[in-house]
Design a protein around this ligand. Structure first.
Ligand code: PAN
Ligand code: ZN
Length: 183
């Protein structure tokens, strides 16, 4: 394959060139939220976009580096702030770097009984070591949270493992702020 580049607008926090857009709506994240029943009802009435992932096409092979931008919209489901599904990497040796571009969010990571949270904003480069599950949450009520991800070509996704074991910390709306709730 040939070298290529993408343009990022740092003012707007946008990836201008991408090959594929994945859209996740409330109906796509029902099994991942605390109150799945509330999510079902919301999805029936108004199936809002929760987040979008803009991806570059890179071979999903060792040696390559996948990169994409995630845009999480503001909102909540029965108080639980809009978030990504969250996953382990299928290839558990795969680390990842998240770079904050716009808005404010939390990166929640989990490994065995341990939980770590990093608050992210424009300019935060967070390192997710191998074997840590990761999910991001938009903690702003009126602004998108946007970050860029860089991860090995063969990282893969294991959504089921995290869904089955459950995530220990939920991020709930608390007035204009947020609170962490342990489960
Ligand atoms: C990210 C995520 C992206 C969407 O690019 O895939 O933010 O989150 P979910 O995949 O959990 O829906 C990443 O961590 N890639 O490995
Ligand atoms: Zn990942």
């Amino acid at each position: 394959m040939k070298p290529f580049y993408s343009r990022i607008n740092f003012e707007k926090g946008l990836l201008l060139d991408y090959d594929k857009k994945v859209i996740r709506r409330i109906s796509d994240i029902i099994p991942y939220v605390s109150d799945s029943k509330a999510a079902e009802e919301m999805a029936e009435n108004d199936d809002k976009i929760v987040y979008e992932v803009l991806q570059r096409n890179v071979p999903q092979e060792p040696g390559h580096i996948q990169h994409s931008i995630t845009i999480i919209k503001p909102g909540n489901i029965q108080g639980e702030l809009f978030m990504t599904k969250g996953h382990y990497h299928g290839n558990e040796q795969s680390a990842e770097i998240y770079l904050g571009l716009r808005g404010r969010g939390l990166l929640v990571m989990q490994k065995d009984e341990q939980t770590e949270i990093i608050e992210m904003r424009k300019g935060t480069a967070a390192y997710i070591p191998p074997k840590w599950a990761h999910r991001t949450i938009n903690i702003n009520a009126d602004q998108d949270f946007v970050f860029m991800s860089f991860f090995p070509g063969d990282a893969g996704y294991d959504y089921k493992k995290l869904q089955q074991e459950g995530i220990n910390i939920r991020i709930m709306k608390d007035g204009d702020n947020y609170k962490e709730v342990n489960i």
